[in-house]
Design a binder for this molecule. Sequence first.
Ligand code: HEC
Ligand code: HEC
Length: 155
Amino acid sequence: MLIPNKKKIAVVLSLTAFVVLSVAAYKPTEPRSDYKNLQVLPKDISQDSLKLIMDHFKEALGVKCSFCHAPSKDTAQKWPDFASDDKPEKNVARYMMKMTMGINSTYFNFNNSEKPDTITVIKCITCHRGSPHPDDAETEHEEGKQGPPPPPNKN
Ligand code: HEC
Ligand code: HEC
């Protein structure tokens, strides 16, 4: 038995309390969201949509969730503290989200959409292609190339 019985009961009780409290806190007509710190995405986003977006971030940059999400202060907790803004990469990602939305709505809104924020021609992966530093790929490429030929000898 990994969890002593007393502790287990306490955990069960607090979970029950949590469920009861949260049901009471939400009016049934209100969209349900457990997320605490969304500043760019809609606050009432569904769990499925958020998961799709986060999975795209992970794939596009070729990183783990913990690249942007700081570890939990509770060291027994193996999951990151997803609501925390302690890792600067998370705020860079927010900036990138706004930039990407801006590129789409400004430069790809050929049909004058009423919802330009739903255009996704350009995505994170368009630039990142599996790397957190798309600009590095460029540098490596340049380093790999031979320099320009030396100027012809004038003699
Ligand atoms: C490239 C950076 C990045 C990666 C990688 C990433 N996230 Fe996020 N995540 C963010 C940003 C930015 C936000 C906040 C979005 C906003 O402010 O609207 C966020 C928000 C969240 C939230 C909502 C937290 C809250 O309560 O406000 C959850 C949950 C979450 N991410 C889970 C994940 C999971 C799980 C993964 C791995 C599959 C992941 N994230 C990978 C950047 C990232
Ligand atoms: C138009 C191209 C482009 C798009 C689209 C783009 N990025 Fe970026 N991103 C870059 C470049 C270039 C850098 C490197 C900037 C630097 O090194 O100063 C970068 C850097 C980052 C970093 C910082 C990495 C680090 O190590 O600090 C994060 C996080 C990030 N992007 C997330 C995203 C996410 C999430 C998306 C999609 C919402 C996205 N980017 C879309 C070009 C792009």
